[in-house]
Every structure is written in C-alpha cells, then in structure tokens.
Design a protein around this ligand. Structure first.
Ligand SMILES: [Ca+2]
Ligand SMILES: [Ca+2]
Ligand SMILES: [Ca+2]
Length: 398
C-alpha cells in the first residue's frame, strides 16, 4: 500500500532530532502519531517526512501553485495533513483532493509534496501586475488581524500595475460600521447617518497614493491640473486634479482599473478603526482629535498662504499612512468614488454600490483647501464639478 518510500530510510534517531530542532511543528508529529493507524507504520510516515525535509530548504520557498493546500485556506498546514492522512491509501477524491500527484492513490509521494510546501502559500500576483512584496510588512500594516485577513486572500499584498506603474495594496474582505464618526471639533452631517454595518465580500486592490499627474499623463497624454509648470517642479508626483467624475472614466477604461465604491473607500480609510480620523504609527487605534490631523493630512490647517510655494496640493505620500499603508486618504485632494450620492439605509448592507441614479457624485477624504471636518472617515461631499481640490485614486479587481 502507499507510494514508494525513499531507498535509504533515515533512522528514528534522526527523526527525533528533527523534532527537537523544531524542523516541523510539534503538532505535525502529534497528528502523525494519532492519525497514522491506516499507514503501514508511524515510522513510515516519519521517514517520508524526513525525505521531504531532505529535499532541502529550497522547497520551502518554492510552493509555486500551493497544490498542497488541500483545504484551500492559503496555507499548507496541520489541517491539510489531517485530511491527507485520513485519506491514506484511498483515491483521495472526497470533499478535498488529497491525491496531490494525481497517481490514483494517497501515499508517501503526496505526503512528501505536502510537507515540502509547509507554510503559507506563495500569494497570487494578478496577471496585470508585478510583485513588490508578497506578504504584508508589519511596519506598514501593524495590526496582526488585518495582516491575517490580507494573507488569507491568497493574493499578493503589494503590487505594481504593469501599465501605469501605480503601486497598489490588497484590501481584504471584511465588515465595518459605516457612517457618522464625529471629531472633537466637528459633528456629523445628516447624510452620515444612520450608521449601519457594511460587509465587503471581495478583496480588491487600491492605489497606495492618489493618482499622480505623471501617471495620468502616461495614460491620457494631457494634464488638466492647476498645480503644474515651472512653479511646481515636483508636479509629476503631485495628485492630478481638475478632473470631473466623467472625465476620469477614460483613465479607468483604458487601464482596466476602476473607482472604488463609496463603501470600499470608507472601509479602506478606516483600516479597522472606528474613529473620525484613521490611525497611524503614533495612534494606531485612530483618533477623534482634530489637533492630530496634521500628522496624516494636508488640509486647511497646514496649507500655506495663497501665493506661497506651500499653497495647494503636495507631492503624494508625504504624510503618515493608515493601517493598510494607504497615504493621503485624508486630505491633499478629494477623491471621487463610484457611487451616486444617496441617503443611507439603517439595515446592514453587503457590497453596496449606491443608488442606481442621482444628481451628485460623492467626494471623500477632504483636501488641501478645506477644513478638518471633511477629512473625517464618514464625511461625504456632494458635487459634479472638477476643481483643483478634486482628484482620483485607482482601484482594481484581482
Ligand atoms: Ca490548508
Ligand atoms: Ca498520490
Ligand atoms: Ca486624498
């Protein structure tokens, strides 16, 4: 029964050495001991395990397609091992396919594949992107729960859109309380109520920064922005502005990107916080204190005098990022979202996309010219018109 085992089995002593060294998690061995009744012997399993380890550390980094992730939870681990061992000697074609090498029987070869792939699956990089960083950096995404949610998607955390070179971060599915988050100085507007639960069921990528003038020009060929020219030598890295909602559509159509929905935008802004202003390294849980807004935003409170070089937009990414690693969600330029403006309903929403039609589009996050109130997570601004306080941020489906 089972697949062929290595020709020269290592000794049990070596097996124990591996255990002592922690080469395999302790519970792997526990599962092996308790689940191996249908196997020829526990020894055989141990031998196969060591053979897998003998294949080298290189395998641990390979896990190319993660075929060994039998239960498809984005990592190869104890739950997969349990499934494989319980299917030992069978065809392995139950709820999950345990016959990893498709030779008709679950055995040592399959176990070898599983053990050599032990650990997180190598995340998938969308075909429109190049990889920057596969797993979330704890220095950028400090909340362990958010990192786990990102990893659980099986998608690469940090990528670059191949056409526009826009850097994008993975925003995982989740839920949050949408609506009114007053700050110490500003109450909510009526259209921020009632608060309600929003669940987003799909992961999406969101630009780490607002779309810059250089990125816009690379796609559209012309630049509508007010803050460009000789007086603004860093204009290429400032956000594009003076674009209307309709006028931005060609950019998204050409690139395969899209605007975030209003619900996605607020979820991404909050990054797990429920406060008026999103968190950052100095206040990870967020804050309602308007006095801290200059740490994360360019807004009226730190805008230079008219005519000075510090008046207007600023180069993207100068302010501290939020819990997802997104910059300038608060301030710099307002960002169009995809929805028509409408009033909220009190009931829980799943993947809301706003009214089917309307008179106004929604802008989010405040801007360099206006006060702190508009930089709040829940603040909504209605307009149809472009101006030098209005820009875009790109979203994209994986
Ligand atoms: Ca798994
Ligand atoms: Ca097999
Ligand atoms: Ca912004």
């Amino acid at each position: 029964m089972g697949d062929a085992l290595p020709q020269t089995p290592p000794t049990r002593r070596k097996s124990r050495d591996l255990f002592v060294q922690g080469a395999l998690p302790r519970y792997v061995w526990r599962v092996m001991r308790t689940s191996a009744r249908s196997v020829t012997s526990i020894r055989a399993v141990g031998i196969a395990a060591q053979f897998a380890l003998a294949l080298g550390v290189a395998c641990a980094e390979a896990h190319a397609q993660c075929t060994a992730d039998i239960d498809q939870n984005a990592q190869v681990g104890g739950s997969d091992l349990t499934i494989l061992l319980s299917a030992w000697g069978t065809s392995g074609q139950g709820t999950f396919n345990s016959d990893l090498n498709n030779d008709g029987i679950v055995g040592g070869s399959d176990l070898t594949i599983l053990l050599s792939a032990w650990g997180p699956c190598a995340p998938t990089v969308p075909d429109w992107a190049t990889l920057i960083e596969a797993l979330p950096d704890p220095a950028v995404v400090p909340d362990a729960a958010l990192r786990s949610q990102i990893i659980a998607t099986g998608l690469a955390w940090r990528v670059r859109d191949a056409q526009t070179l826009i850097e994008m971060l993975l925003i995982p599915p989740g839920f949050y309380q949408r609506g009114c988050s007053a700050s110490l100085a500003s109450a909510c507007n009526g259209d921020e109520n009632p608060r309600h639960t929003v669940t987003l069921t799909n992961a999406f990528y969101l630009g780490r920064y607002e779309v810059t003038q250089a990125q816009w020009v690379s796609v559209i060929g012309s630049n509508p922005s007010a803050f460009q020219g000789d007086a603004y030598p860093d204009a290429a890295d400032r956000p594009v502005e003076q674009i209307g909602w309709d006028a931005s559509m060609p950019f998204f159509k050409i690139t395969g990107m899209r605007m975030p929905t209003e619900a996605e935008w607020e979820y991404a802004f909050r990054a797990g916080t429920g406060s008026a202003f999103h968190g950052t390294a100095n206040f990870p849980a967020g804050t309602d204190d308007d006095a801290r807004l200059p740490e994360i935003a360019w807004f009226a409170g730190n805008n230079g005098a008219s005519g000075s070089s510090s008046y207007g937009t600023k180069r993207v990414g100068l302010k501290a990022g939020n819990g997802f690693g997104l910059h300038d969600m608060a301030g710099n330029v307002f960002e169009w979202v995809n929805d028509w403006w409408g009033t909220y309903e009190p009931n829980a929403q799943v993947d809301p996309t706003g009214p089917l039609t309307g008179s106004f589009r929604v802008l989010r996050g405040g801007n360099w010219l206006m006060g702190a109130a508009n930089c709040r997570a829940s603040a909504r601004y209605l307009t149809l018109f472009p101006s030098s306080i209005v820009g875009i941020r790109a979203a994209r489906n994986p």
